[in-house]
Design a protein around this ligand. Structure first.
Ligand code: ACM
Ligand code: ZN
Length: 523
């Protein structure tokens, strides 16, 4: 048989088996939709390249949503769907605005004649399309040649997210991830209806974002001479580095926007800063005498930025100004975690500031830093997020707390009326081991978080009903000390990210959760 005829036969068989067997994935949508009703199983909608997308609303974000449909058309059939603004006969994907639907929610109806999507905004349309992408059987994506048509089951779905913040954090400092890898992760987030990418950009082990005003941050601060092996056992002797130019950042921001993902950039203040200190030693309490070096080890360095010198604040504000120019999102993350305050105790500048401002101790000095930075961000129309350590010396009402050392910080913050993102290590740290029995399981910081554990997380645990409104959402964090390749990154992230997505979108409530059912769907 010639290659061409063989291809035709494969195409025919693929089309026939997919349409006649009614294979579909409607039962396996993840995160689980709020409500799904299957229609008459003897009938179906035939999706094909002649299917017309009818949409009157073509603002910028709706174009992004429609582009997702185009990509699906190309992926399945080798070409985009037709486009129009008028319904003529059947075989349409009709997109309508419906203001009564919740933000990011959607109504999806597949009838024998048409696919109807209703949503308040383009985000809802985008998520309806993600659902369609999941209803399409896996085999259709695996078919080596273009399909002619595809039968979709009749159904009605009404769906909307529980939480407005459904996040994923990636550490790009311990190991650097190129733009393509970041885009792949954004694709994975979008498919899971997640909407925040927390981009961890600065660390002891490397500064990864180009700041025009401080070129040495990337020229020197992005490089480390070598990297530790094992758990700080040896050194590999291999120089390591990498950073994002502002052009790269703009490209990723645009890609994220096209996928309805808002980026939350993180600039660590005042700890995890050796990358910056190695480039500009005047940022440290000891200045040139500090002999700061981008760190080759994992863990928490005692060398943090000096909160006494005014020049440090000038630096932070100048950096954040460029960061705000690059990232349009409302929230800026200022880290705040794991900042040992030992150096501040010895530093005359830090002590002078404590005295002059009637601060009780170094914890209050960190609060002073946070409050000043928060005022600066607020004056620029932005809001501050910090790790739960920022609670320690007192925190302003406007700050959002990211609870990582368990849920205690988040609970305390919610009781005070601060907004919270829950990301406790024992449920949400995606770098932790997910198996104990695999010999090839990747190394980690030591803990074990299997899929079922992640899935069991209840972000409302120990909160009174009136306190629950302060929980903005949930996030999975992937630290990358022990992750060195994109394949490993995806191995660590999945399927636990699916559990985080499900908690964020579908169901934070333990009473109605079913782990076996979830695992079946996740497969
Ligand atoms: C953290 O894991 N240090 C936030
Ligand atoms: Zn100091």
């Amino acid at each position: 048989m010639s290659k061409r005829i063989l291809s035709l036969v494969i195409a025919l068989v693929a089309t026939m088996s997919l349409s006649t067997a009614q294979i579909h994935n409607a039962k396996n949508i993840l995160p689980k939709p709020t409500k799904i009703e299957m229609g008459n199983s003897n009938s179906k909608f035939i999706l094909s390249p002649t299917t017309k997308v009818v949409c009157k609303l073509e603002d910028k974000s709706m174009k992004y949503a429609l582009n997702e449909l185009n990509k699906l058309g190309v992926e399945l059939f080798g070409k985009a769907f037709k486009k129009g603004t008028k319904i003529e006969g059947a075989n349409n994907i009709i997109i309508r605005k419906e203001n009564s639907i919740k933000e990011e929610g959607y109504h999806l109806e597949i009838t024998p004649e048409n696919i109807i999507i209703k949503a308040k905004s383009a985000a809802g349309v985008f998520y309806a399309i993600q659902t369609i992408k999941q209803i399409v059987p896996v085999q259709a994506y695996e078919t080596p040649i273009d399909l002619k048509s595809l039968a979709l089951p009749l159904l009605t779905i009404n769906d909307a997210p529980h939480f407005g913040y459904r996040g994923f954090m990636l550490d790009c400092s311990r190991h650097f991830w190129d733009v393509e890898t970041i885009k792949e992760m954004i694709d994975i987030l979008a498919l899971h209806k997640m909407n925040r990418f927390h981009w961890h950009l600065t660390e002891d082990q490397g500064w990864r974002i180009e700041i025009k005003k401080y070129p040495l941050l990337t020229k020197l601060g992005s490089l480390r001479e070598q990297t530790t092996t094992g758990h700080n056992e040896g050194l590999d002797g291999i120089p390591y580095g990498g950073y994002y130019t502002q052009k790269d950042i703009k490209e990723v921001v645009k890609y994220a926007q096209e996928h309805f993902v808002t980026i939350v950039p993180e600039i660590e203040i005042p700890g995890h800063s050796l990358g910056a200190l190695s480039a500009y030693p005047w940022l440290g309490c000891e200045g040139e005498k500090g002999n700061y070096k981008t760190w080759a080890y994992w863990g928490v360095s005692k060398q943090i930025a000096c909160a006494g010198k005014e020049s440090t604040f000038e630096f932070w504000e100048n950096v954040l100004e460029e960061v705000m120019d690059l990232f349009p999102g409302e929230y800026i993350h200022i880290g705040g975690d794991e900042a040992p305050r030992d150096m501040w105790k010895e530093c005359p500048d830090c002590q002078k500031r404590i005295k002059e401002n009637n601060l009780k101790n170094e914890a209050e000095l960190q609060s002073y830093v946070n409050n000043r930075i928060e005022k600066f961000l607020n004056a620029n129309g932005r809001k501050l997020i910090g790790w739960d350590e920022i609670l320690e010396g007192g925190v302003s009402q406007g700050a959002t707390i990211m609870s990582w050392r368990g849920t205690e910080g988040g609970i305390a913050a919610a009781k005070k009326g601060n907004t919270v993102i829950m990301t406790p290590g024992s449920y949400c740290y995606l770098d932790y081991r997910q198996t104990t029995d695999r010999k090839d399981e990747l190394d980690s910081n030591g803990s074990y978080v299997p899929l079922r554990k992640s899935y069991s997380f209840n972000p409302y645990d120990q909160l009174a009903p009136e306190e629950r409104k302060y929980i903005m959402g949930v996030q999975g964090n992937l630290w990358t000390e022990y992750v060195t390749t994109p394949m490993q990154l995806q191995y660590k992230a999945l399927p636990r990210l699916g559990a985080i997505a499900e908690i964020g979108w579908s169901n934070p409530s333990p009473e109605t959760k079913d782990a076996e059912e979830f695992i079946g769907r996740a497969k």
